[in-house]
Design a protein around this ligand. Structure first.
Ligand code: PEP
Ligand code: MG
Length: 618
């Protein structure tokens, strides 16, 4: 029986750490997914550390088996995470691989039949302790033994003990799944490093404090990416090997446009980065001059440029960008980072200042799009949890709201009350994840019923109820757009989900990010079909997915007949610049050419070629 000797794995991990400490650090550049442009220079603040120790907890004798199962599940989850980290090592520079591989092997061994796991199991049984308490106690006991060993290399012993605690922390994290993360401790000017930042986490980030964000997980058009762009925080997601390579306090340069991070940057890299900060500032000043100019093509066609909004903190940015209104107000923010549901009055209080600030400019409020990647345990209690094996295909968006009509009723009521205080027609209502016309019809029945009830109650509502539109963001909706158009008052094409569902590629998954391509002809054909269905009926149609904020794609979208784009506010000046340099006839010819293609690479080539032409002309 093993008693006071540290496991081989524990010793091995310590030795690796010793080597790492002994070696001089060199600049390490790791490539990820470019998500939010800008340069960040600052120290790493690693949030993968658990926020706090789990409180000590005892259990009843009858709960022992269940507790051991919890531990087993946390061990399995931790092993999976370590295996995933190991799989991703290949993309790291050789030197980093050399250091990290044995360390990860040691971690994997500690998560096998090690003293830590055996001891924790025993403590659950004999001490009647909760799994996280048992893990923490056993890790402390092992660490004490290591630290008491007769060895002159005290620093080495401390590091070895630290490795055991590191694994215990990972287990605790998986056991407690601590719901809300706090970012209050992030020092000003630091770059936040984490395995994952959820959309709810992103909603808590303060762009004035945080210089940048880098994560292991995440894709270019996931909601986290969208939030980070909206907040103007330079960010690189999907950086494989990041959390193992970066240590708290390490200096980092993050290039959100190139999608790279440099750890321990050289003096030359630092000088370049500082210079780039100046370049960005000058570019912003130049673009700000476009604010008051109309969004009009060279041949006089007006193109409406609206802002997407994810959190109220964006309001000043939206005003600065010169948005003509809000084309997509995502209301998920209201339901994030809280344990109860916002009732009708709370929602009125949230929407009213936004509508007031827009001073009569149009604003499209989308009802709650819960589910898919937006469903996180850490978000709101009270919203039905997904039990589906495929949450993106489950009870998401309007499907969930029709199943829980009281949620839809409260939200409709709040929106209608706010619309009653705004100029007629200024507010519109949008339904997410529509796939069949019957969903719009059913939602409209709820809408009309709520309006009648509010009127009976004496609430002031607009004479004519706000228009009720449908997101076109699934292939089914796009192909049935002509039928949905008969029920909906307007369309908003959500290219983020449309690309995800068409290509069967999770928009937030770094592993398949290379396959996520909104320029795939299948996506473009669906967009074309839906746009034409709307235009035939003279029904308003906009693009409010991330495609709408890409200046390079403006010629194609205008060529397809789109005249309203809604985007991240910071994208508006560049998109306006593109609009002002284009001729609609050229765009239409260009779109016809693109739509004849079947190869996504060729389409990208054409788009890039045209965009370069735009730049030359501009
Ligand atoms: C979309 O899917 O393109 C969209 C705009 O909605 P969201 O990004 O909020 O899912
Ligand atoms: Mg969507």
């Amino acid at each position: 029986m093993k008693t006071d000797k540290p496991d081989k794995a524990e010793a091995k991990g310590g030795a690796v750490a010793d080597r790492r400490a002994a070696r001089r650090v060199k600049e390490t550049v790791i490539r990820g997914i470019a998500v939010s442009p800008g340069i960040a220079i600052g120290p790493v603040f690693d949030t993968t550390e658990p926020p706090a120790e789990a409180p000590r907890r005892s259990i009843a004798e009858t709960a022992v088996d269940a507790e051991k199962q919890r531990l087993a599940a946390a061990v399995a989850a931790s092993r999976k995470q370590v295996a995933k980290l190991k799989m991703r090592l290949g993309v790291l520079p050789e030197e980093a691989q050399e250091e990290l591989e044995p360390l990860l092997d040691a971690y994997a061994m500690m998560l096998g039949d090690s003293r830590l796991i055996r001891g924790a199991r025993k403590r659950i049984e004999s001490g009647l302790l909760a799994a996280e308490t048992a893990v923490a106690d056993e890790a402390d006991a092992i660490a004490d033994v290591i630290l008491a060993a007769k060895d002159d290399d005290k620093a080495g012993l401390r590091r070895r003990a630290g490795e055991v605690r590191e694994i215990a922390r990972r287990l605790t994290r998986n056991l407690t799944q601590n719901p809300f993360r706090s970012f209050k401790d992030v020092p000003e000017g630091a770059i936040l490093v984490a395995e994952e930042v959820t959309p709810a986490d992103a909603a808590l980030l303060d762009p004035a404090r945080i210089a940048g964000v880098a994560t292991e997980e995440g894709g270019a058009d996931g909601h986290t990416a969208i939030m980070l762009r909206a907040l103007g925080i330079p960010a690189v997601l999907g950086v494989h090997g990041l959390t193992e390579a970066a240590r708290r306090g390490d200096q980092m340069v993050l290039d959100g446009a190139a999608g790279t991070i440099a750890l321990h940057p050289t003096a030359a890299t630092l000088a370049w980065a500082k210079d780039q900060v100046g370049v960005y500032a000058r570019e912003r000043t130049k673009l700000a001059k476009l604010r008051r100019l109309p969004s009009i093509t060279t041949d006089g066609e007006e193109v409406e440029l609206l802002a997407n909004m994810e959190i109220p903190a964006e309001l000043p940015l939206i005003a600065q960008a010169g948005a003509q209104g809000i084309g997509l107000l995502r209301t998920e923010f209201l339901f994030m980072n809280r344990e109860d549901l916002p009732d009708e009055d709370a929602q009125v209080a949230a929407y009213a200042p936004i509508v007031e600030a827009m001073a009569g400019d149009p604003i499209t409020i989308r009802v709650l799009d819960w589910g898919g990647e937006k469903e996180m345990e850490a978000l709101a209690a009270g919203v039905p949890s997904q039990t589906s094996a495929n949450p993106a295909l489950g009870l998401r968006g309007i499907r969930m709201l029709l199943k829980r009509p009281e949620l839809l009723e409260a939200q409709f009521a709040a929106i209608l009350r706010v619309a009653g205080r705004a100029p007629e027609g200024a507010v519109r209502v949008l339904l997410p994840m529509v796939t069949i016309p019957a969903e719009v019809k059913a939602a409209r029945e709820v809408y009309d019923r709520v309006a009648r009830r509010l009127r009976r109650r004496g609430e002031k509502l607009p004479e004519k109820l706000p228009e009720l539109g449908a997101m076109i963001e699934t292939p089914g909706a796009a192909l049935a757009a002509d039928a949905i158009a008969l029920e909906a008052d307007f369309f908003a094409i959500g290219t983020n989900d449309l690309a995800m569902y068409t290509l069967a590629v999770d928009r937030g998954d770094a592993e398949v990010a290379h396959l996520y391509d909104p320029l795939h002809p299948a996506v473009l054909r669906l967009m074309q079909f839906a746009t034409e269905a709307a235009l035939r009926l003279r029904m308003p149609v906009s693009v409010c997915g991330e495609m709408g904020g890409n200046p390079r794609l403006v010629p194609l979208l205008l060529g397809l007949g789109i005249r309203c784009l809604s985007m991240n506010a910071s994208a508006i000046p560049r998109v306006k610049q593109a609009v002002r340099s284009l001729d609609i006839g050229d765009c239409a010819r260009f779109a016809r050419r693109v739509m004849e293609q079947s190869d996504p690479a060729r389409i990208r080539e054409l788009v890039d070629g045209f965009a370069t032409g735009v730049t030359e002309r501009g």
